[in-house]
Design a protein around this ligand. Structure first.
Ligand code: PRP
Ligand code: URA
Ligand code: MG
Length: 213
C-alpha cells in the first residue's frame, strides 16, 4: 500500500453498500442511491485531509469552545462523465463550492485516455482540488486529468484524488507519477482483466449510474 492512499474503513455498513452497488442484479435506482451514500463518505474523508486552523467560538452559555475552520479555498474537479456522479455529494457539503470540469473518455479499444474538454476556475492555482472519478483502472484518465491541473498551476500537494474503486495497477501508476497527491479510495480490487476493467469490479460505472447500458 502506498503511504498516500487511504482506504475507507471497512465495516458492515460499507461492505453492505459495496455488495449492493457491485451486484449485477441491483436496480439502477438502488445503484444510484447506494453509490451516493458511499461517495458522500469518501468526500467527507477527503475534506478531512484539508488544512484547518484552530478557531475559538463562544457558546450560548458564554463559554469558549475551541474548534476549527478551513484555511483553504476548494475546487471540485469531476472527470466527466462518471466523475459527475460525485459532484452533488461535494456541493451538498460545501455550499457554493467551485466546480471545474475535465472531460476525458477512455478509448474503448485501447483503454487510453482522450482529453476532450477542460474548464477550470481562473484562480484554480490557488485552490485545493478534489479530483473526482469513481473508477481508477489503468490510471490513465486520472493521470491525464492531473496533468491538466498541474498545467493550470495547481500544486501537486494540493490535489486529493477521490475514488470509489481502485486496483493495484492504477494505484501503482498514479502514485509513482504523482507521489505528493493523496488518494482516498473506497476499496482496492484484485486487478484488471484483458479489457482493462477492474475485477471483481462494478462493471461500467458511468453506464450504470447514468442508465446508458
Ligand atoms: C471510466 C472511469 C475513469 C476511467 C478509468 O471512464 O470513469 O474515468 O474509465 O479507467 P483508466 O483508469 O484506465 O483510465 P470512461 O472513459 O469509460 O467514461 P465514462 O465516464 O463516460 O464512463
Ligand atoms: N471504467 C469503468 O467504469 N469500470 C472499469 O472497470 C474500468 C473503467
Ligand atoms: Mg465508462
Amino acid at each position: 500500500m502506498h503511504p498516500n492512499v487511504e482506504v475507507l474503513p471497512s465495516n458492515g455498513q460499507v461492505r453492505a453498500l459495496f455488495a449492493s452497488i457491485r451486484s449485477s442484479e441491483t436496480s439502477r435506482r438502488k445503484f444510484i442511491f447506494d453509490s451516493n451514500r458511499v461517495i458522500t463518505m469518501l468526500v467527507e474523508a477527503a475534506l478531512a485531509k484539508l488544512p484547518f486552523r484552530e478557531k475559538t467560538i463562544t457558546t450560548p452559555l458564554g463559554l469558549p469552545y475551541v474548534g476549527a475552520e478551513f484555511v483553504c479555498d476548494i475546487c471540485g474537479v469531476p472527470i466527466v462523465r462518471a466523475g459527475e456522479s460525485m459532484e452533488k455529494a461535494l456541493s451538498n457539503i460545501i455550499q457554493d463550492v467551485r466546480i471545474g470540469k475535465i472531460l476525458i473518455q477512455r478509448d474503448e479499444e485501447t483503454a487510453l485516455p482522450v482529453l476532450i474538454y477542460e474548464k477550470l476556475p481562473k484562480d484554480v492555482a490557488n485552490r485545493h482540488c478534489l479530483l473526482l472519478d469513481p473508477m481508477l483502472a489503468t490510471g490513465g484518465s486520472a493521470m491525464a486529468a492531473v496533468k491538466v491541473l498541474l498545467d493550470h498551476g495547481v500544486k501537486e500537494e494540493h490535489i486529493i484524488f477521490v475514488n470509489l474503486i481502485s486496483c493495484p495497477e492504477g494505484i501503482g501508476a498514479f502514485c509513482s507519477a504523482f507521489p505528493k497527491i493523496r488518494v482516498v479510495t473506497g476499496e482496492i480490487d484484485d486487478g484488471l482483466d484483458e479489457r482493462k476493467y477492474i475485477c471483481p469490479g462494478i462493471g461500467d460505472f458511468g453506464d450504470r449510474y447514468f442508465g446508458t447500458d
